[in-house]
Design a protein around this ligand. Structure first.
Ligand SMILES: Nc1nc2c(ncn2[C@@H]2O[C@H](COP(=O)(O)OP(=O)(O)OP(=O)(O)O)[C@@H](O)[C@H]2O)c(=O)[nH]1
Length: 319
C-alpha cells in the first residue's frame, strides 16, 4: 500500500502547487556495484517502478521511478552501463553512449561507500559530464564508527573533486533519505512536473497508453473534436519475453469515446484512414516507450452526455 499512501499525500500537495512554482528534474544514480544504488533508489521512490517519460529528450533513459513531494518532482533514471561497471568492463564497455546517458540529466548522485574511494569509484567519476552538479552520496555510514576517520575522509573527498554536495548517509535510514531529497531539491530546474503527482503505480504504462492515444486523437483531428472526448483502456495485457533478448509483448485495446455520431465519423476518417493512422502512430511510440512489441486495437464509441455522468466516468476507471 506504499504507492497508494504516497499517492494520497502527493495528490494533496498537488492541489496547492501551481505549475509555475513546480520543480522537476532528472537524477542519475551511478556508482560501482554493491555500493547501495538499488537500496537508495527504492528508498527514494518508495517502490521500484518502471515507466518511461513523456518528454522526448529523455527517451534515452529508462525512468526507474519518481518521487513527488511538496513542489518538487524527482525523476530517477537508469544509466545503462554504469550499473554493470566492474573489472575489465571498465576499460572495454565504457563508451560514449554511457556517458551520453548521464550527459543530460540535471543532477547526478554518485554513490560510494563512506570511508572508501577506490579506482572503480574514480572511473565512474571520470565518466561524468562536467558541469552537471554531482552529489557525492557517502552511503553505508552506519558501518563506520570512527568519527575522526569519517571527518578526514570527507575532507579528502572535498579536495578530490568539486562535488556540488557531499552527503554522508545510510540508504537504510529514512531520515537520511529525506535529508538527501532536501539537499537535491535546489538542483531541480524550475519547470512543470513531467508526471502527475500520483503517477506512482503499476498502472503507469496503462495510463501512458491512454495518454498516447489521446495525444494522437487530438493531433490528428485538430481543433474539431471537443475535449470531452476521451480514451478508455479496455484491455492491457503483457506477456514477458521468455527468451533472453526477446521483447515482451503488450496487448492493448482502447476505446475512443465521443459524444456524437458526427464526432465518430471524424475520428474514423475517410475509409477508416484516420483511425488507422492514430493506431499506427500510437503503437510505434508506445513500442519505443515500453521497449516492447505492442499490439494496439482501437475502437470508437458514441456515449452521448457521458462526460456529465459521474457514475459512468467512474466505471471507466477514471477515479
Ligand atoms: N549497512 C548498510 N548496508 C547497506 C546500505 N545500503 C545498502 N546496503 C547493502 O549493500 C548491499 C548492496 O546494495 P545494493 O542496493 O544492491 O547495491 P547496488 O549498488 O545497487 O549494487 P549493484 O546492483 O551490484 O550495482 C546490500 O546488501 C544492501 O543491503 C546502508 O546504508 N548501510
Amino acid at each position: 500500500m506504499l504507492a497508494a499512501s504516497k499517492g494520497n499525500r502527493v495528490v494533496a500537495s498537488q492541489a496547492v502547487v501551481a505549475p509555475a512554482d513546480q520543480r522537476c528534474g532528472l537524477i542519475a544514480i551511478v556508482g560501482k556495484p554493491n555500493v547501495g544504488k538499488s537500496t537508495l533508489l527504492n528508498a527514494l521512490v518508495g517502490q521500484k517502478i518502471s515507466i518511461t517519460s513523456r518528454k522526448a529528450q529523455t527517451t534515452r533513459h529508462r525512468i526507474t521511478g519518481m518521487h513527488t513531494q511538496g513542489a518538487s518532482q524527482y525523476v530517477f533514471v537508469d544509466t545503462p552501463g554504469f550499473q554493470t561497471i566492474h573489472g575489465n568492463a571498465l576499460n572495454k564497455s565504457l563508451n560514449k553512449a554511457v556517458q551520453g546517458a548521464v550527459g543530460d540529466v540535471d543532477v547526478v548522485f554518485l554513490v560510494v561507500e563512506a570511508g572508501s574511494f577506490t579506482p572503480a569509484d574514480e572511473k565512474v567519476l571520470s565518466l561524468l559530464a562536467p558541469g552537471i552538479p554531482t552529489i557525492l552520496v557517502a552511503n553505508k555510514l552506519d558501518t563506520m564508527k570512527n568519527r575522526p576517520e569519517i571527518m578526514l575522509w570527507l575532507q579528502s573527498m572535498q579536495d578530490r573533486h568539486p562535488f556540488a554536495e557531499i552527503v554522508p548517509m545510510s540508504a537504510k535510514n529514512d531520515k537520511d533519505v529525506q535529508r538527501l531529497l532536501g539537499i537535491a531539491e535546489k538542483y531541480l530546474p524550475e519547470q512543470a512536473w513531467m508526471y502527475a503527482a500520483d503517477e506512482l503505480t503499476d498502472r503507469s504504462e496503462k495510463f501512458m497508453a491512454a495518454e498516447m492515444v489521446r495525444e494522437k486523437l487530438f493531433r490528428l483531428t485538430g481543433d474539431e473534436l471537443p475535449y470531452t472526448s476521451t480514451v478508455v483502456i479496455d484491455k492491457f495485457e503483457e506477456e514477458k519475453g521468455k527468451t533472453k533478448g526477446v521483447k515482451r509483448l503488450v496487448r492493448i485495446a482502447a476505446t475512443i469515446v465521443v459524444e456524437r455520431d458526427g464526432h465518430k465519423a471524424m475520428v474514423i476518417g475517410d475509409k477508416g484512414e484516420r483511425l488507422k493512422r492514430m493506431g499506427m502512430e500510437a503503437r510505434t511510440e508506445l513500442e519505443k516507450l515500453y521497449d516492447a512489441k505492442v499490439f494496439l486495437e482501437l475502437w470508437v464509441k458514441v456515449r452521448s452526455g457521458w462526460a456529465d455522468d459521474a457514475a459512468r466516468v467512474r466505471s471507466f476507471g477514471y477515479e
